[in-house]
Design a binder for this molecule. Structure first.
Ligand SMILES: NC(=O)c1ccc[n+]([C@@H]2O[C@H](COP(=O)([O-])OP(=O)(O)OC[C@H]3O[C@@H](n4cnc5c(N)ncnc54)[C@H](O)[C@@H]3O)[C@@H](O)[C@H]2O)c1
Length: 443
């Protein structure tokens, strides 16, 4: 058992402020951490969860449902800035990140401080067309003259980040490969008890939940297209099939495409499905999956949603430029093309619709994910001086901890494990208490 004094550290989190996240925050607090938090999506906060965290003073929380992008980044800045700096500065010792925005802010701030120290250059928000990155640069530009070493101090004191999702993990590996990652990182997503459960079973539950709360549409008999057949795509495709949809998958990867075909899905291009589809969901973590010209070819009232991390899978810019928008209710809009008079229904403005239109995954699957997060934070803290987790490198949790997370959740489902006998254990060369699989095993 970990005593409350085990963990005397400052933790900043950027992760959907839901009721399940509230329990993660309370866990970190109970372990002794001083916690500040923001959401990692403008629509994903459950206001009652944020309010409960604020009321109980479990964390300083900066999150509400329906933030503007400007508010979102101010919340991130506030969550990462302690109002009572110590001798190491005003930053966190560790981060819980989901999608990598908080990590990105530190790295962009660090880069800007280097340029400022060299020749007084300040970031130029007009140097980018990306609306969100403009805001990031504007914040750094504003804070730089006030405190020109803020982000260097943060980077120095950081013991590490634990990253929740596939997209954030991609960003971390890219930074590590480029030699730019400033602190150690634990990739929580690729714990088996995260990606093969949250991404898969979580989305299998929360995709239809989001669709029904947003539209109450009859799913049976409808033609559904799922773009991407990774962990999230698999959960989504199975959910649509189970609901009675005629389900088609799109993929770029021959292995995933073959898997989908062998599970009974038709695998086609999105272009070929445009005139007939009733609903389409992106799950790729890639950009430019559904462009406005494609949506122009869809049937009237076709539903378009994204469950991947960022809002660039669906060409929202194109829709805003070309279409008339009718807001049906919060996070549900019809975009009408003026030349045809036909329109499509877009969920959560192209942001992850299971958190925008519903409440994300159920608690049981999030308990698996957040047990991994807690173990990752404890690992980073315990090993902060040992050199086990080096700056600039990305790690996954050891298999034995992954198995422990699963073990902790078996009783709740009434699972009875079979135990290896001594002779079986020596025959297959696996210890009776695990790990039961090599790291290369894919489940
Ligand atoms: N909304 C949620 O609750 C939730 C939960 C977990 C993960 N995510 C996010 O969902 C996204 C997917 O995560 P994942 O774990 O399934 O990743 P993954 O890498 O397992 O799957 C993505 C799949 O998309 C395919 N793909 C890429 N480009 C494509 C294209 N142009 N057309 C068709 N297919 C394409 C890839 O080949 C891959 O198989 C990420 O952004 C992740 O962060 C969201």
């Amino acid at each position: 058992m970990v005593s409350p004094t085990f963990f005397p550290t400052q933790i900043a989190g950027s992760l959907h402020m839901t009721i399940q996240t509230a329990v993660l925050i309370e866990t970190l607090k109970k372990l002794g951490a001083d916690v500040r938090w923001c959401s990692c999506n403008i629509f994903s906060t459950q206001d009652h969860a944020a309010a409960a965290i604020a009321r109980d003073e479990s964390a300083a929380v900066f999150a509400w449902k329906g933030e503007t992008l400007e508010e979102y980044w101010e919340c991130t800045l506030n969550a990462i800035t302690w109002t009572n700096p110590d001798k190491f500065g005003d930053g966190p010792d560790m981060i819980v990140d989901d999608g990598g925005d908080m990590t990105m802010l530190i790295h962009e701030g660090f880069k800007a401080e280097n340029a400022y120290a060299k020749d007084g250059t300040v970031p130029d928000p007009n140097s980018t067309d990306n609306a969100e990155f403009k805001i990031v640069l504007a914040i750094i530009k504003r804070t730089l003259p006030i405190q020109a070493d803020k982000w260097h101090k943060v980077a120095k004191r950081m013991m590490g980040v634990s990253e929740e999702t596939t997209t954030g993990v991609h960003r971390l590996y890219a930074m590590s490969t480029a030699g730019e990652l400033l602190f150690p990182a634990i990739n929580v997503n690729d714990s088996v008890t995260k990606s093969k459960f949250d991404n898969l079973y979580g989305c299998k539950h929360s995709l239809p939940d989001g669709l029904c709360r947003a539209t109450d549409v009859m799913l049976a008999g409808k033609r559904a297209v799922i773009c991407g057949y990774g962990d999230v795509g698999k959960g989504c495709a199975f959910a649509m099939k189970a609901a009675g949809c005629i389900t088609t998958v799109t993929e770029i990867d021959p292995i995933c495409a073959l898997q989908a075909a062998m599970e009974g899905f038709s695998v086609k291009t999105l272009e070929s499905q445009l005139p007939t589809l009733d609903l389409v969901i992106t799950t790729t973590g890639n950009k430019d999956i559904i462009m406005s010209e494609m949506m122009h070819k869809m049937r009237d009232n076709a539903i378009v949603g994204n469950i991947g991390h960022f809002d660039n899978e669906v060409d929202m810019d194109g829709l805003f430029k070309k279409c008339k928008r009718i807001n049906i209710k919060p996070q549900v809009d019809k975009f009408i093309f003026p030349d045809t008079g036909k329109g499509i229904i877009v969920l959560a403005e192209g942001r992850l619709m299971n958190l925008g239109c519903a409440t994300g995954h159920p608690s049981f699957v999030m308990s698996n994910s957040f047990t991994n997060q807690t173990l990752a934070q404890l690992e980073l803290w315990k090993e902060r001086k040992s050199g086990k987790y080096a700056r600039g490198k990305v790690y996954t949790l050891p298999k034995i901890l992954d198995e422990k997370v699963a073990h902790l959740h078996l009783d709740a489902l009434g699972v009875t494990l079979t135990e290896l006998t001594d002779s079986q254990s020596s025959y297959v060369d696996i210890k009776k208490k695990g790990p039961y699989k090599p790291d290369s095993y894919r489940y």
